[in-house]
Write a protein that binds this ligand. Structure first.
Ligand code: SF4
Ligand code: SF4
Length: 399
């Protein structure tokens, strides 16, 4: 059994039971600092990966009390994991922050009841759809505060995906199905253009638990992961069009530590990875139609965690000219629920991404940004960017 993390409350001291080898692996070189969005906008050591790991060591190894400063350091981490690929020592920062957030949540130092109630709804799809419709109507009546960073939500979302065969599963998820269901239909159209058929998950396959893991609600995430695995039996690949969901589902083996979970995770593919391997099966571009220029924004969980950002270029590049940003994949500040929970920092981080988008626009004919994660696209759209999922663009351009 691999080491798992648990948080124990000892009086007013919280003992972080982190993996010592992982915690010790940071050599303090600081090479990760320029890749950390919270360090970039604040310049604060405590809001850098190195500073956060030092704080974790103080609590885990020296029984330092968990005070408000420690909680702030951990709460303000976007969990973008931009620090991981930059680290020459291979520090598994994602494991460290997830373990710490889990310990803090268990000790009720983070994730208050109203957040837990909100996360609970994500696993109840009908309730989520009804709540989303209510929220969309409230938006139209200007009753939803703009600081929540929600783009315009759909009052009507159109028909849900229907199974057409058993070659693949297309995972539809919770928020993505409620807010961007049209992207699922586009995904099915593009996948089926290769000649493959699609199934949808059975009962219980509604929410992957990614947001719960971010919030430290590991037990709830495990429960949801078990349901997702049971909802897609067999050995067909599980195609995911949301970067955050795909990253979480590829990590079920680590989360649940079972052979069944590891086997399921091995079937999970970001849909662009799967399509890029079949790129010649997609229809040839319409030669009479001009190729649009499209700016690509890499969601952190696609680029830093799944390392599946290049296939997006392969798929999009069949029909459009890809325009790159010059910020080396710096986080946009969306971070699951981060933009709602840390609006000031999320906005400061986003400003840098918007500036990079503006630079790309000024040197190309591109006006549209492609993003393969619903959180990023809504966060950027709330700042005025025109953002579409890559497969919405591809489905529009396919003959
Ligand atoms: S996960 Fe992102 S925000 Fe958190 S320390 Fe690493 S780079 Fe910084
Ligand atoms: S996390 Fe990695 S890159 Fe950052 S200070 Fe530690 S060893 Fe260096």
């Amino acid at each position: 059994m691999t080491a798992r993390y648990r948080g124990l409350v000892m009086g007013d001291v919280i003992k972080l039971m982190l993996n010592d080898a992982e915690l010790a692996s940071c050599v303090g070189c600081g090479l990760c600092l320029p890749h950390c969005p919270t360090y970039r906008v604040t310049g604060e050591e405590g809001l850098s990966p190195r500073g956060r790991i030092a704080a974790m060591r103080s609590v885990a190894w020296e029984n330092a009390p968990v005070d408000d400063t420690f909680v702030r350091f951990m709460d303000t981490c976007v969990q973008c994991r931009g620090c991981e690929p930059a680290c020459p020592s291979g520090v598994q920062y994602g494991h460290l922050i997830e373990g710490t957030r889990h310990s803090l949540a268990e000790a009720k130092r983070t994730t208050p009841w109203w957040q837990r109630a909100g996360f609970k709804v994500l696993g109840h799809h009908r309730t989520l759809l009804a709540g989303s419709t209510f929220l969309a109507i409230a938006q139209r009546l200007r009753l939803v505060p703009k600081r929540l960073g929600l783009g315009p939500l759909p009052v009507r979302r159109g028909p849900a995906l229907r199974s057409t065969g058993s070659d693949t599963y297309v995972f539809t998820g919770c928020v993505m199905d409620a807010w961007q269901r049209g992207t699922h239909r586009a995904t099915q159209r593009v996948v089926e253009a290769t000649g493959a058929t699609c199934s949808v998950a059975g009962r219980g396959g509604d929410c992957c638990g990614a947001l719960h893991i971010h919030a430290g609600l590991e037990d709830e995430a495990k429960r949801l992961a078990g349901k997702v695995i049971a909802s897609m039996p067999g050995d067909a690949p599980v195609l995911v069009n949301s970067a955050g969901c795909g990253a979480a589902m590829k990590d079920y083996g680590h989360l649940l530590d079972t052979a069944e979970a590891r086997s399921f995770s091995a079937r999970v593919r970001d849909v662009h990875e799967w399509l890029a391997e079949r790129i010649d099966s997609l229809p040839a571009p319409d030669a009479t139609r001009a190729r649009p220029a499209i700016i690509v924004q890499d969601p952190c969980h696609l680029r830093h965690v799944q390392k599946a950002h290049l296939p997006v270029r392969t798929v999009l590049g069949r029909y459009a000219d890809v325009v790159e940003l010059d910020d080396e994949g710096l986080c946009c500040g969306a971070g699951g629920a981060y933009s709602a929970l840390q609006p000031a920092l999320a906005s400061d981080i986003r400003s840098r991404k918007i500036a990079a988008i503006d630079r790309a626009k000024s040197t190309s004919a591109a006006t549209v940004v492609a993003s393969a994660n619903p959180g990023c696209s809504m966060h950027l759209a709330a700042a005025g960017a025109t953002v579409m999922h890559p497969l919405d663009i591809v489905a529009d351009l396919m003959p």
